[in-house]
Design a protein around this ligand. Structure first.
Ligand code: TRP
Length: 600
């Protein structure tokens, strides 16, 4: 059996978590003396320890969900009734162990007859159109934003209304699936404790043949993870990002060799960012090429959030965008979002606009064609952009935006509207050209929420093509891939700015670049280094274009022939050469900046 979680559910309840336990060959006795004894113990402990069930952390967590619907979590009432002297209700062993665990740990469980379940069950966010037959055989309409478990697209359990009739545990049940339901964050340690307690009760009613066959944590389920060890949103990137999981989570497509062949047909040798899977995912790139082959040129769109000066991580998507412009001879619209960074950072609007002009120099320095490149500064091009953004904003509800971006009651109202400002350039070429222009967005994967949640949703409603995407991964921070997911401006000492001097570059890399080398030269020569975790090597996969050279470095480092200091020096030389040229072009750009600005 497969258990999956939809992206929709995790976007709405990012901490939702479900643990499934399959138990086979149980005997569902009506009464069991041992179990009765254990029940009395649980009841006594509750009466002794709990004064006010509504104060318990887990009850509060569940009530965050239930109160939204004007309800209270049933375990709160059940605890209250035990405190008043009522027993855990007698039903039959297999169901009672579930009740016992619910009361003992204050958790919510559902129990199902395994034989009534099909191959795949899915945790989903309800849209309010579903109905199901509850365990009391009454029909129940489901509320929007309830958490539901479905099979064959039919609800079999709702967090709000409980399990259904058709999968209930009966006297004849031989195999069961127990599921723990959590809408709020829960630690691994707590989960283990709950599982062990449930196991303890199950043991009481077990016979020789009884076996706990399988425990599904969210990790084993398709999409989500219980405690994700990475976060990727437009405003936060943290942890060791699993790029393959992101493809699943965001519903994008991996860049296949077949697609590379198609690009090669038009571009000649494909860029090493593509062959090395630095750009690893896409949406609708086939459509962009179809159109291109029909003579319908696309426009490129990417951008920058001016929260400070530019570091070399920012340049990665831009370098690739420049390559696309050259190879396909297409226009680039480059958005500088001084509005967004003003709204989300502790910066004045004057500062973010000034950073915007400064950042534009780094873009221009990369050699974009002034005739084909149009830079937009949001607060200065608002006459045109605002009108498009309005048309987008009218078609997106707050609840939709909240689900994708995770807005809360504390989010300022500016950032909520801003999402449509970032969507607007997807349609700007069509507006300016007065005809439908396909748009391709090369950008880091953290920006995806704007395209899947906003632009692609409204495009058909406004009569435009859905914008296509090419997604890249992040340049890892100098301090190592697992320390921070991408190079971050907030860690100045491990950041290489485009204006750093050769000495600064050397010092930062020598001192901070995480090394996969051995502790002594002797050991390194003997055992070799590990290029796969070595940040200097990782950076060379971005900056050393020559595949042969890179391969040699890889093998020499692995064999111990190349020492860490030597590897670092290769990177330092490479970067300093690049930066010397970049800084020269950056100076020249100061004279030309206005040639690139789109004005209205
Ligand atoms: N929000 C992006 C940032 O903070 C800037 C941006 C605006 C952008 N439009 C874009 C990035 C389009 C990529 C593509 O960096």
């Amino acid at each position: 059996m497969k258990i999956t979680i939809t992206k929709k559910l995790l976007e709405k309840y990012p901490n939702a978590n479900f643990i499934g336990i399959v138990v086979k060959n149980i005997i569902n006795e009506k009464q069991n003396k041992e179990l009765e004894k254990e029940k009395r113990k649980i009841e006594e402990a509750i009466r002794k320890k709990i004064k006010n069930p509504s104060e318990i952390k887990l009850v509060k967590d569940y009530n965050k969900f239930f109160n939204k619907f004007g309800k209270t979590v049933p375990i709160q009432y059940q605890l209250e009734s035990i405190i008043k002297g009522k027993p855990i209700p007698p039903v039959s062993g297999v169901v009672e162990v579930l009740f016992m665990e619910e009361m003992n740990d204050v958790v919510m469980l559902s129990g199902h007859d395994l034989s009534s379940l099909k191959d795949e069950i899915v945790f989903d966010l309800s849209d309010g159109s579903e109905k199901y037959i509850k365990i009391n055989q009454k029909e129940q309409a489901i509320k929007p934003e309830d958490i539901v478990l479905k099979q064959n697209n039919e609800v079999i359990t709702s967090l709000l209304y409980g399990p259904d009739f058709s999968t209930r545990i009966t006297e004849d049940s031989k195999d069961a699936l127990y599921i723990f339901w959590f809408n709020e964050k829960i630690s691994k340690k707590e989960i283990d404790k709950y599982i062990n307690n449930l196991k303890k009760y199950i043991e009481i009613i077990s016979v020789k043949e009884t076996k706990i066959e399988m425990i599904y944590g969210c990790e084993e389920m398709e999409v989500g993870k219980s405690e994700k060890d990475y976060i990727v949103t437009p405003w936060e990137v943290k942890g060791d990002v699993d790029y393959n999981k992101l493809i699943q989570e965001f519903g994008t497509k991996p860049i296949t060799n077949k697609l590379l062949k198609r690009i090669e047909k038009h571009a000649g040798k494909v860029h090493h960012f593509l062959t090395r899977k630095i750009f690893f995912s896409h949406r609708d790139m086939d459509f962009i090429l179809d159109q291109y082959e029909k003579g319908n040129k696309f426009a490129l769109y990417t951008g920058r959030g001016p929260s400070g000066t530019t570091h070399i991580g920012h340049l990665i998507p831009w370098i690739f965008t420049k390559w696309l412009q050259d190879k396909f001879g297409v226009e680039l619209y480059f958005q500088i979002v001084d509005d967004e960074k003003f709204l989300v950072k502790d910066l004045t609007l004057e500062q973010t606009t000034a950073y915007g002009y400064d950042n534009a120099l780094d873009l221009i320095a990369l050699g974009f064609d002034p005739k084909k490149t149009k830079i937009i500064i949001n607060t200065e091009y608002s006459k045109t952009l605002y009108r498009i953004a309005l048309k987008i904003a009218k078609k997106i509800t707050f609840s939709q935006a909240r689900a994708v971006f995770g807005f809360t009651n504390e989010s300022n109202i500016g950032i909520i509207f801003y999402t449509s400002m970032q969507g607007a350039p997807c349609f700007l070429p069509s507006v300016l050209k007065k005809k439908n222009v396909p748009v391709l967005i090369p950008a880091a994967i953290d920006q995806d929420a704007y395209w899947r949640g906003i632009a692609r949703d409204v495009a058909p409603k406004l009569g435009y093509y859905k914008p296509a995407q090419l997604h890249c991964r992040f340049l890892p921070g100098l301090g190592g891939i697992s320390e921070d997911g991408k190079m971050s401006s907030s860690q100045a000492h491990t950041t290489i700015w485009t204006t750093d001097t050769p000495e600064q570059v050397k010092k930062k890399i020598m001192k901070y670049a995480f090394s996969g080398g051995q502790d002594t030269i002797e050991n390194h020569r003997k055992h070799g280094g590990n290029p796969d975790i070595d940040v200097s090597y990782q950076w060379l996969t971005f900056f050393e274009e020559d595949d042969k050279k890179l391969e040699k470095i890889y093998h020499d480092y692995k064999s111990g022939k190349l020492l860490t200091g030597e590897l670092k020096q290769i990177l330092i030389d490479k970067l300093n050469k690049f930066l010397a040229n970049h800084q020269k072009k950056r100076e020249e750009a100061k004279k030309n900046i206005e040639k690139f600005m789109l004005r209205d």
